[in-house]
Design a protein around this ligand. Structure first.
Ligand code: GDP
Ligand code: MG
Length: 160
């Protein structure tokens, strides 16, 4: 029984984070995972995966009318990606801050895109933009048996 975890249970969010094909090709997988790991979030799903076109289209369906949409679908399906689900209090907004602005030239130094990328069309990582989309995207990219509930040994040292 861990009271410090039970107390904040309703505040726990999930976010879908993905190292995009350029991040994998450029050998940035470990670097990107470590930023979420060091922050103190909990990894509940992780896999290398080459995404079929239909899934990419569903994931980015809100951008269907944008001029860059076809190149975005080509980019995301161009090679394996690393799919992750991270869990924690406030994880959705915090992950977006760790990732930085969509355009890497405008992303602050210290953020993933600010440190590791230069172009919007090659911005190395994805992160859900709301708790609702965190759930939606998790369900889209992961099957039930691929996600794990566990208690990190460090939990009482992260949450009071
Ligand atoms: P995000 O939430 O910061 O990833 O940004 P959006 O949801 O607005 O866009 C999704 C993804 O589409 C971005 O991460 C980029 O990979 C791509 N994208 C967005 N805007 C542009 C653009 O103007 N040009 C190109 N080539 N890609 C874009
Ligand atoms: Mg987005």
């Amino acid at each position: 029984f861990l009271p410090h975890l039970v107390a904040s249970l309703e505040q726990v969010e999930q976010t879908y984070i993905m190292v995009k094909p350029d991040g994998v090709q450029r050998g940035l997988v470990g670097e990107i995972i470590s930023r979420f790991e060091r922050k103190g979030f909990k990894l509940t799903g992780l896999k290398l995966f080459q995404c079929p076109k239909e899934l990419a289209e569903e994931h980015y369906k809100d951008l269907k009318t944008k001029s860059f949409y076809p190149t975005l679908i080509d980019y995301i399906t161009s090679g394996p990606v690393v799919c992750m689900v991270w869990e924690g209090v406030g994880v959705v907004a915090s992950a977006r801050k760790l990732i930085g602005s969509t355009n890497p030239l405008q992303a602050e130094p210290g953020t993933i895109r600010g440190d590791l990328a230069v172009q919007t069309g090659r911005n190395v990582v994805h992160g859900s933009d709301s708790p609702e989309n965190g759930k939606r995207e998790t369900a889209l990219w992961f099957k039930e048996g691929e996600l794990y509930e566990w208690t990190p040994a460090q939990a009482p040292w992260l949450m009071e």
